[in-house]
Design a protein around this ligand. Structure first.
Ligand code: VNL
Length: 394
């Protein structure tokens, strides 16, 4: 329970932090970045991917900006929103960080949003992908993606490729609601029919009961969104129930055929068409360089879409800090807005109005790639350029 007095002290602390942010350019101490990630628990793979990407960025770009040392303070919130909020407060009030970054799942990003607003600390979301997150604080900037942004493409593709009926299956929280809503409306707009909408809990989902419902409903396709880390278990149960041989086509967002787990999913994943903003097999020179350096630094671990958002998040933070010479607060936020650059995923823009990322969305198919060790990859075969988050156009 937060008492009135605690609340008062906290408000004072955050206000003081806001002043400190404005004054920080003057002192010569380190510039601190508070990185809050799930390093344990169900979303730990997201934490390790982003942590590794942040380390790679710093190994390649150094730890000095405007003559000051850059220090990343990594904290594990276990993807528990109460912990995120407490840690964000401590980082702002005690450690006097200039930037907050990370945020593995939507509830943790939302829990930290008021801290960013009250202390005027720019907060860079590197993972969480519910559309509304950037509206929770004017100090939030996002380098990951949104579910509406990546879902529309697969709904269009399905309708154009003889899929007339579909069941949706999503994780029962923010990004799942976004995926369900935008798949539904776009697929129906194209003349498709939604037969049933299914949801599974975020924590420890069991897919058997919903998969039985899919078998009974006999749609042309099953559309799935699950957060990073759940794809492999889902695929295993999908195959165990014989769905891969049922004639029901599996389509998804790329969260399900996540590069972190795809290599170990086996043949059940072959041919799954999905849409997303990043594939480790994206054939650009910038991506080849990124993947090679990431794998070399991490015992062969393949970077996924979380890693690329962490890497790009550091780019946005570094360029903004260079522009303000280490000053934080509103000036730093303004320097993050409008950045345009080539990411390993392709060209991106941080929209100055929405503070959300604008990027290309690819339609991909899971294939074995002979030139890449015969492993499974999401092979891009179509692209929709410069996609803004459609969740914001309401
Ligand atoms: C979220 C969205 C998390 C997509 C994810 O993986 C993901 C979120 C941890 O907003 O919570 O793939």
């Amino acid at each position: 329970m937060t008492t009135k007095r605690q609340l008062f002290k906290l408000t004072l602390g955050l206000a003081a932090a806001a002043c400190a942010a404005a004054a920080s350019a003057a002192d010569a101490g380190p510039i601190k970045i508070g990185l809050i990630l799930p390093m344990t628990g169900q979303s730990a793979s997201t934490g390790s991917q982003i942590d590794a990407a942040v380390k790679l960025w710093m190994a390649q770009n150094g730890d000095k900006i405007a003559g000051r040392k850059v220090e990343v303070i990594l904290k594990d919130d276990g993807a528990v929103p109460d912990a995120t909020k407490r840690i964000a407060q401590e980082l702002v009030v005690n450690d006097k960080v200039t930037v907050l970054a990370g945020f593995g799942i939507t509830p943790t990003a939302l829990a930290a949003a008021p801290i960013a607003t009250q202390s005027k600390t720019p907060l860079v979301v590197m993972a969480a992908a519910t559309s509304s997150i950037t509206e929770a604080s004017p100090f939030i900037v996002r380098t990951s993606f949104t579910l509406p942004q990546v879902t529309i493409a697969i709904a269009d593709w399905a309708a154009k490729n003889k899929i007339k009926s579909a069941v949706t299956l999503v994780s029962d929280y923010g990004p799942g609601f976004d995926a369900e809503k935008f798949f539904d409306s776009q697929f129906r707009l194209n003349g498709g029919k939604i037969v049933e909408k299914l949801r599974t809990p975020l924590r420890s989902p069991d897919f058997a009961p919903v998969l039985q419902k899919v078998i009974d409903a006999k749609p042309d396709a099953l559309f799935v969104f699950l957060p990073s880390g759940q794809g492999a278990t889902f695929m295993k149960q999908f195959a165990e129930r014989g769905l891969d041989k049922s004639g029901i086509r599996l389509i998804a967002t790329g969260d399900v055929t996540d590069d972190d787990q795809l290599g170990g999913m086996g043949d059940v994943a072959l041919g799954v068409v999905n849409s997303h903003h990043y594939s480790a097999a994206h054939p650009s020179p910038a991506n080849k360089k990124f993947v090679a350096a990431f794998e070399a630094a991490n015992k062969g671990m393949r970077p996924n879409f979380m890693a690329v958002a962490g890497y790009d998040g550091m780019r946005v933070i570094y360029k903004a800090l260079e522009a303000t010479k280490g000053e934080g607060g509103q000036a730093l936020l303004d320097a993050m807005k409008g950045q345009v650059f080539e990411s390993p995923r392709g060209p991106v823009l941080i929209d100055a109005q929405t503070r959300d990322i604008v990027q290309d969305v690819y339609i991909r198919k899971v294939e074995r790639v002979p030139s890449m060790g015969n492993q499974l990859y999401n092979v891009e075969f179509d692209v929709i350029k410069n996609v803004k988050d459609p969740g914001k156009s309401k």
